[in-house]
Design a protein around this ligand. Sequence first.
Ligand code: GDP
Length: 197
Amino acid sequence: PVFQNARFHISAHHLRDLPPASGIEVAFAGRSNAGKSSALNTLANHNRLAFVSKQPGRTQLINFFTLGDDKHLVDLPGYGYAKVPEAMRMHWQNVLSRYLSERQSLAGLVLVMDSRHPLTPLDRQMLDWFCPTGKPVHVLLTKSDKLSRSEATITLNKVRKELQTTWGEGISVQLFSSLKKQGVDEAETVLGQWFFS
Ligand code: GDP
């Protein structure tokens, strides 16, 4: 597993609080409740590290993890939570847009979407900010256990088509279930390529 040796490093409110951009960094983003923490924990193979962002204090922070060898995993704050005050929403839009478009060490973005509600307006906003960099995006359509097999296939094909038509060929997409541990190998293959090739 690519996240086997992950260690929590720092939580940041501002880009200036992040470690210098060096080595390879992969970021996870997604709408609040899309299943991002569960996906991170599944990929981390339930090691002691909790990629848990359930404490309210931690949700609105950039959580930076070190995997060793100058490789980093970044858990971006979940977005779209209705009760966030406007000023905080503006702050995070500003931080996320700048992080995604300017961070030199960022090698790829994993965008986590609930397979029942893919491509929300804020998901599209994230893609609009990141895709001009030309770096790859991998979309996890989570909670796929909640769809029937045929619904899942239809969703996968539909989302893939829309992603590639609107944002280009650098985007891959897969079904994922933390509950059923489905799609883990596929996700690890993509992350392995970003980190190790
Ligand atoms: P986050 O806010 O994006 O970090 O989302 P969480 O990982 O905390 O998950 C939000 C809710 O969805 C929780 O109640 C999880 O138990 C549930 N959930 C997450 N992943 C899955 C999944 O693969 N299958 C199912 N059925 N539920 C999931």
